[in-house]
Design a binder for this molecule. Structure first.
Ligand SMILES: Nc1ncnc2c1ncn2[C@@H]1O[C@H](COP(=O)(O)OP(=O)(O)OP(=O)(O)O)[C@@H](O)[C@H]1O
Ligand SMILES: [Mg+2]
Length: 259
């Protein structure tokens, strides 16, 4: 088994009196999809913000490629190869897929005063990279706003991979999608993993996580209770851990069905 790209040990994060994280241990290896599951308020977003340099942990240590690491800003983490696709995606709907793909990192031709955006090259790269992820664009000049939700997620994922992500963090990429689009995004995650990228997949949908995950870590009230490998844990057990045990079983009992 290969060494982790990034390892976070016993991370604690306090916001004044609020304890958002109270001992989280998590690592990501190249070519795996490690799912981070947890209910609302469990601390998922706070944790990935700590991983991507937005927050500094109150306590705990981070090791990146075998060395102790402290990210001072999201830029630091990005330069190290940690890319985060947030739920709101940070895209400009009226701009083309290409413009959104490059956003601030456009290739140029010419020099000095004659330097300009190399649109032909950029369009070509965009079409090729999207095709690799299984999406055939009508044209790279198509506005991002005309793509489906799943396709937009794929633009954000393809962009991160093209710009050299080693770790790709996806915050609830499937939560707003229908069945078919969810399947497309899960297939994209699989392709990215096969290229050797370590994927962190955040979800509170156990089925989505089980469909694609290699390992599963559940966050409950700011703590991790351990990590399970694929095949070692059932959907019901994960669901139970997320809900903190008891409560869901009782609710299921009183509703007479499965949630
Ligand atoms: N900047 C902050 N200041 C104070 N409290 C915060 C801050 N950020 C998060 N918290 C608190 O930390 C806890 C964990 O929040 P977090 O957003 O990490 O949960 P989450 O698992 O991402 O939830 P959700 O599924 O709803 O997105 C919550 O109680 C939240 O109110
Ligand atoms: Mg969140």
């Amino acid at each position: 088994m290969s060494d982790p790209i990034i390892q976070l040990n016993d991370i604690k994060k306090h916001f004044g009196n609020v304890i958002a994280l109270n001992g989280v241990t998590f690592d990501v290896r190249p070519g795996e999809c490690h799912c981070l599951l947890g209910d609302n308020g469990a601390g998922k977003s706070t944790f990935i913000k700590t991983m991507s340099g937005v927050h500094k942990p109150t306590e705990g240590s981070i090791t990146f490629e075998g060395r102790a690491m402290s990210f001072n800003s999201p830029r630091d983490a990005m330069e190290a190869g940690i890319a985060t696709v947030f739920q709101d995606l940070a895209m400009i709907p009226l701009m083309s897929v290409t413009r959104n793909f490059f956003m601030g990192r456009e290739p140029t031709v010419g020099r000095g005063l004659f330097k300009r955006f190399d649109i032909e090259n950029a369009n070509r790269v965009t079409v090729v990279e999207m095709r690799k992820m299984g999406i055939n664009l009508r044209g790279a000049d198509q506005a991002v706003g005309t793509l489906s939700g799943g396709e937009r997620q794929t633009v954000a994922i393809a962009r991160a991979v093209y710009f050299g992500a080693k770790v790709l963090i996806l915050d609830e990429p499937t939560s707003a999608l229908g069945v078919r689009q969810t399947a497309n995004v899960l297939a994209t995650i699989d392709k990215v993993r096969k290229q050797g990228v370590g994927v962190v997949f955040i979800s509170h949908n156990v089925r989505h996580a089980l469909a694609v995950g290699d390992r599963f870590t559940v966050l409950n009230r700011g703590r991790t209770l351990g990590t399970a490998n694929r095949g070692e844990i059932r959907a019901e057990e994960l669901q139970d851990l997320m809900a903190g045990g008891q409560e869901l079983a009782q609710l299921e009992g009183s509703l007479g069905g499965t949630i």
